[in-house]
Design a protein around this ligand. Structure first.
Ligand code: ADP
Ligand code: MG
Length: 384
């Protein structure tokens, strides 16, 4: 999704009032009736219609025709606007630059403060996929059903923020967290390549052990990354040091499936090093031993620190159930798409991964992607 910086400058304060009213109204209305928007914004009905019209033209709200009444809902663009406006009011960010990443559940942009210092803005986009299916299957959303994509995206951002902060405070190699608003996180820009794009390293063994050491360090502080792979590990351009990103799925080592998550993180690194660098080691961390080993253990539990920091266990649970719901819905969708379950099994066997393997090795990191990851000389337009 494109971030339109011009919108940030040209929304009047009345339009902003109306937009905020739509956001507030959507806490308990899937489609916010025009009369309610007028009521919350405290503006006269006639005036409101015109303002809503101009917001709709810029896709900040969208008109929805309900069976009972006409109304509006906030769009992602509208939600982005509200978050960026909050960040720019607090002077955390001033201008918006290129998009450098688009994930399944986030968009990543380069932004800058008023001195031109570059930062990364991550906008969480949960609920973009398969949401209907999940809604039918899950009832944990309760009354919040109507605002669920906003709510879930915000929870993901709050969780990522809470973890990034404690990890940074405890000296883990993660980007410096700068600010958070609604579904957005502002963080330090790391001048780096994702490990995924790296064809060669001077010493694969050294990098392998520093990554395994990180998994161990996380676990001894009570945490498992949960998505520790070549996409979420950045390698600094200057020093070759790894930096870890992407925390919405982090779990505590006391999680019921902790060992499974831990092993999956370890396995991701083993597999990647084998395929990419032809590097294999008999040494890799084991969950029980890592936790049992007193020596080198941390005297703090970051999972406990996070829970105390305002991102509650309940929030964590809601988000986790949602994320599991997405995965379930996706695999169900996948199954019904590919017809017979048996067929899917055959798609997933070794022959496909061999093919993937070859593809990865034959294709060096495309220059274009690298250029995008390290934008230079791009234009940045002011956010207000
Ligand atoms: P997603 O949840 O969509 O996977 P990530 O947080 O992993 O989002 O970010 C996606 C991509 O954006 C990363 O692979 C990386 O290339 C880039 N990126 C994210 N954060 C930063 C950062 N702080 N500095 C530089 N690049 C980043
Ligand atoms: Mg990622």
């Amino acid at each position: 999704m494109k971030l339109d910086a011009t919108d940030l400058r040209y929304v009047t304060s009345d339009e902003f009032r109306v937009l905020t009213a739509v956001e507030m109204g959507s806490k308990n209305h899937e489609v916010v009736p025009t009369t309610l928007i007028a009521q919350i914004s405290g503006l006269r009905n006639g005036g409101v219609n015109k303002l809503i019209g101009s917001l709709a033209k810029r896709n900040l709200v969208a008109k929805v025709q309900n069976s009972k009444y006409d109304g509006y809902r906030l769009t992602y663009g509208g939600y982005d606007f509200l978050a960026m406006r909050a960040l720019s009011k607090r002077e955390s960010m001033y201008s918006v630059g290129n998009q450098i990443g688009v994930g399944k559940e986030s968009d990543i942009h380069i932004v800058a403060d008023s001195e031109g210092r570059e930062m990364v803005l991550k906008l969480h986009r949960l609920g973009r996929i398969s949401f209907r299916t999940i809604k039918q299957n899950r009832d944990y959303l309760g009354k919040r059903k109507s605002a669920s994509w906003m709510y879930m995206s915000r929870l993901a951002a709050q969780k990522e923020w809470a973890f990034m902060k404690v990890l940074h405070e405890h000296g883990f190699p993660v980007p410096t967290p700068i600010d958070q608003a609604r579904h957005c996180i502002l963080m330090e820009f790391i001048d780096a390549y994702p490990l995924r794009q790296i064809a060669d390293v001077p010493s694969p063994g050294k990098l392998y052990s520093s990554l395994m050491d990180l998994i161990v360090r996380f676990a001894r502080a009570g945490l498992i990354h949960g998505d520790f792979n070549e996409f979420n590990i950045l390698i600094r351009r200057e020093s070759g040091e790894p930096v870890v990103i992407d925390f919405p799925q982090m779990v505590s080592t006391s999680h019921e499936n902790a060992e499974w998550y831990f092993n999956r993180d370890v396995e991701c690194i083993k597999t990647f090093f084998r395929r990419r660098f032809r590097y294999e080691s008999a040494l890799y961390p084991k969950f029980q031993r890592t936790l049992a080993n007193e020596e080198g253990g941390e005297d703090f539990r970051l999972d406990v620190v996070v829970a105390a920091s305002g991102f509650s266990r309940k929030d964590m649970k809601v988000l986790e159930e949602y994320m599991e719901g997405v995965k379930e819905a996706e695999s169900e969708h996948h199954r019904s798409d590919s017809g017979e379950e048996e067929e899917e099994g055959s798609e997933d066997d070794g022959s496909q991964s061999d093919e993937e393997e070859r593809e990865e090795e034959e294709a060096p990191p495309p220059e274009k992607e690298i250029d995008q990851a390290l934008p230079r000389g791009r234009s940045i337009s002011p956010a207000h």
